[in-house]
Design a protein around this ligand. Sequence first.
Ligand SMILES: Nc1ncnc2c1ncn2[C@@H]1O[C@H](COP(=O)(O)OP(=O)(O)OP(=O)(O)O)[C@@H](O)[C@H]1O
Ligand SMILES: [Mg+2]
Length: 265
Amino acid sequence: MNDMRIVERTVDANKAKMTARGVQVYYGATHALKDVSVDILDNTVTAFIGPSGCGKSTFLRCLNRMNDTVAIARVTGEIRLDGEDIYDKRVDPVQLRARVGMVFQKPNPFPKSIYDNVAYGPRIHGLARTKAELDQIVETSLRKAAIWNEVKDRLAAPGTGLSGGQQQRLCIARAIATSPEVLLMDEPCSALDPIATAQVEELIDELRSQFSVVIVTHSMQQAARVSQRTAFFHLGNLVEYGETGQIFTNPKDPRTESYITGRIG
Ligand SMILES: Nc1ncnc2c1ncn2[C@@H]1O[C@H](COP(=O)(O)OP(=O)(O)OP(=O)(O)O)[C@@H](O)[C@H]1O
Ligand SMILES: [Mg+2]
């Protein structure tokens, strides 16, 4: 199989791929995220956990400037990717989002064919020289997202005609087709059955050798299974961040302990 990756990257699991310092987010008068500072490590799966409304999606969207698209959102503080300030006005958010890809909480395929959903990013970023190369990227991405067998005979059919769980795996294929350096996943398995969930978890583990992955999840079991680092959010604060094993077996903050033992949520 052709190697779809065009950029050689060295593996250094302790290197900070992204750094956030003093990040605050306001939606109008609502202070949704309060002074969040964190290092997202390279070649690591980082899980964001915490009760509904605590700011997980809000912070995830800060990491690729998706909050730019929310008119009432205001973001302050500093976020860097490989040391570069992603909020600098010279940074093109479209280019940024090719490097920091995202899978959303609700599947959102484009109103295009299954093939074109996946080929869209590689086309606009010029990642394939020939139709054969593009076909290869599409197939590899669909295989990695564990949906190839279900769609290989209907690549020209609309992506919106798939089931919810299939649409989500299509969106995962679309997100990985541009070989992002960081992949943000907001509850990627909430619409999936246990088999597809297991396949996506396997994929996440595999992606870690190439990217850094950040996953929001409501499932503690999933966080414990797939991540090496875990961040616990509560009421807009990043309460605790550390190695996943430590967070789940020996949390330092009583709020973390209450959450993981099911007393708040
Ligand atoms: N577009 C928006 N406009 C106004 N307020 C918003 C918007 N998006 C989020 N908020 C508010 O910001 C806070 C954090 O929301 P966020 O969606 O980040 O939570 P979450 O941790 O992802 O929750 P969930 O687990 O339910 O997805 C909430 O109080 C929410 O109501
Ligand atoms: Mg959310």
